[in-house]
Design a protein around this ligand. Sequence first.
Ligand SMILES: [Zn+2]
Length: 482
Amino acid sequence: MRETKMPRAFIEGCFLMDSSRIHENVDRDFDDMVSVISKIIEIPSVLDENAISEAHPFGPRVTEALDAFLEEAKKRGFSTSNIDNMAGYAEVGEGPLFGILAHLDVMPAGALANWRRPPFHAVVEDGRLYGRGVSDDKGPAVSALFALKALADSGVKLNRRFRVIVGLDEESGFRCVERYKKTEEIPVMSFSPDADFPVVNGEKGILHFFLRKKFSSIDAMGLPELVNISGGDRFNIVPDELDVFFRKASAGNLELVLEPIGARVAATGNGVLVKVYGKSAHAMEPHKGENAIQKFLSAVQNMDFGPPSLHVELLKLAALFKNETDGASLGVACEDDISGALTCNLAAISLDGDMLSVKCDIRYPVKKRGDSLIEAIQNSAEEMGWELEIARRSEPLYVDPDSELVKVLLESYASITKEPAAPKSIGGGTYCKALPNAVSFGPLFPGDEETAHQPNEYISMDSLRKMTHVYAEAISRFNSSV
Ligand SMILES: [Zn+2]
């Protein structure tokens, strides 16, 4: 089509007219949207390792959630595709491909006693929609679908193909996106409704590693003998509890040294059990927690125990991690102006026979690359005589704040919410890292309570409506920008 120059006011007038019809459609279909979300919430699409098969790679209930989503999309005019029951998509329009990346698997409900309503049954109460997955990520997936429907129903010509891609194991690895990427078209740009508004355009890099050292378990020579130390579990959590067990020890002597760190010391039949408490936090913000392992290590230099070589290795660890969360002593401290400082979480410690191991989680700034950090950690490990094993490595994500993608999303957000909108960086690793030119866009508004992965997960009906308007506004702007 030949370009004809139109006065700017006229173009904007057209745009506003289209846009208001789209937003009317969002409100018109709101109840229908809630009913579709509710239907999909009823399906407990939790990864079931015991029920996986070739046909149902994440278990039959997860497949069922995909079938339900695709069926509802099809009924509303979308073309759909199921990719080996690992992912799927609903698509509308013509032209270059724009992606919206969401997921339909959910975290397990956990202890049912913590839920005030059945987790897999959507209930509206006090202006909130409750149920496992309403905010992460079934609600946002369906919200994006209805935003597209609002645009498609408005009669405006679609200049892009908009595709809601739904993965089925976002919570347990990204096998779904990896499978998608093998055979399916990669969108020119994408957003993912699976984190925060306004726009998350930076995600730190993540390094998970183990450090291990064999020590010689020769006689403690009359000293109390440390026979067990265990604390922490997952890489991404600041450990809030540590158990240390000493044989041939007296509680009184240990109390003296460990009282200042608030440890609980108790004599048992054949020794003394020490419990050190801290405060858990997410590894992306370790300074908000209190690391029980680091607390204990800080006391090791004032303690006398054996075996001597274990004592020495614990002293080395204490020197390597100190009471820091910036990785300074490990040799990796750094920061940038976009995403701030590197964070370091000493996540777990354990003793297995004569092997002492620790687990560590590092989140590094978006301008940094993993290689130089691994080299620095390797050097520190070698100096100590410890063995390093990298368990996970995920490079940072950063999308230019002046890119069309980020600018249009921010403008759309601001125009609906009337709130200031600036892009932000987080320490987490979302789905967006799996696709080029992708950023997180919602669903959590600033000030909303985060209930994802928790009992009594909910989303306020107001936020659900507002987010759908924001998504509708964004895709309508992208549709006009081709
Ligand atoms: Zn999610």
